[in-house]
Design a protein around this ligand. Sequence first.
Ligand code: NAD
Length: 498
Amino acid sequence: MRNGLDQFPLLPQQLDHYIGGRFVPSQSGERFANVAPAPDQAFGDVALGAAADVDAAVAAAHEAMAGPWGRSTAAERARILRKVGDLIVEHGEELARLETTDTGKPMAESLTGDIARAAANFRFYSELSAHQSAASYVGEDGTHHVSRREPLGVVGLITPWNLPLYLATWKLAPALAQGNAVVLKPAELTPLSVLALMPLLAAAGLPKGVVNIVQGLGAESAGEALVQHTGVSAISFTGETGTGEHIMRAAAPTLKKLSFELGGKGASVIFADADIEHAAFQAARAAFRNQGQVCLAGSRLLVQRSVYAEAVARVLDATMKIKLGDPLAEQTTMGSLISREHRQKVMGYVDAGRREPGVEVLCGGRVPPSLPIGAFYEPTILSGVRQESRLIQEEIFGPVLTVQAFDNEDEALALLNGTKFGLSCSIYTQDIDRAQRMASRARMGLVWINTWFVRDLHTAFGGMKRSGLGREGGQYSLDFFSDFKTISTAVAAHKRSL
Ligand code: NAD
């Protein structure tokens, strides 16, 4: 059943797994319905993977490693990666429409965000891997030591639904640059865009079996089978903190290398000396981009009391300008949440929160009456929320912003650091010393000063505390996907002296 999928030529006839260079159904024959969130419509049925499919994918990946790919040079791989980046740009419009249809995010965001970044991931790692050097050292006795990188072998990638192609390519590009073969399990809610990438990888010259996709669920299914597989050397996972904990336990018997990018509870911190207009605009953007379904979202707003009224009024003003509507429409700046189930979870937080003493709903808190079909939810701002509230302590992952006031830096830091998460924050101030003090004391993996979501692919990406394990990005990803081997060679003079 293809339903509306005919409009996407990159997609295969059947939404299957991709194993050994072919689209193949599940060995069990089972499938699951894929539902596009706006307007909640069945959007093809997808192969439901299980352990047997993961076995087949891992075997295909090992076969690829035993072939020319396993002997490929960094320069050869870099050429393929560059070509993939070019092909993503060439097919950008189709990929963006596909991503928007599958996720409900605005088309402009898919095009200039997700898809542009997917291409950038391949181009960046094409460059970086082509210019790597080995560390070499000549010992006192003349022995020549070289520490060099080798691929890990077959690696597993597990990705979430909020940035499907962007996050898949964020892991794929460095894994391939480093010469590994891959088994990727995309999120069950967004299985499509990585499938559409497969013909582009083949067209760029990637040999069969180097990238394999197994569709399906996570727990007690394809995801878990991948994590527990003895033929998989590493898992790079992005998703919820609770899932990360589960994966760590499940992976333990096979002693895999693990990289975790987990949940966040970011904050925008506005000091009285900030450019309030700019800070408020950025804070609204940080809270509501991608319907608030961003790990780096600034879902908390902390404002110094003397400018609280002004800053909150400006954030409200920026929020009112958001155009909620059909994700494919050009003017839309906020689309649908990923599913009705997820919206139910988001609403549950807001409805419980608004019953807490002192909490005031400043805007939103409703399903928009004009958009009854789909999983739309109004951008919502709540004030008067206590630090212990679940609204502050848990990741809602929706368009919900809480506002809190503080008097001084220490108080701001206590609020900022007062959750189990440690992924990201933005500090708004014109005092450079204060900005640096705050940045040093924030227990966050990413700190922006006077901005939000500015990413450079060279830099380390990841969270402190319960927001992650290890770092990805730039050289960090290449290190994760590498094994290191030191080869020590005795030189002739040294051998004679023995
Ligand atoms: P999730 O943890 O529910 O699922 C993520 C992936 O893991 C999916 O492919 C899922 O099928 C799979 N999975 C689930 N249980 C599994 C298991 N037991 N074993 C193996 N695989 C399993 O997360 P989600 O709801 O898809 O995504 C939202 C979460 O992702 C949020 O918490 C968000 O903060 C986080 N996220 C983090 C980053 C980051 O870089 N830190 C980026 C994007 C999203």
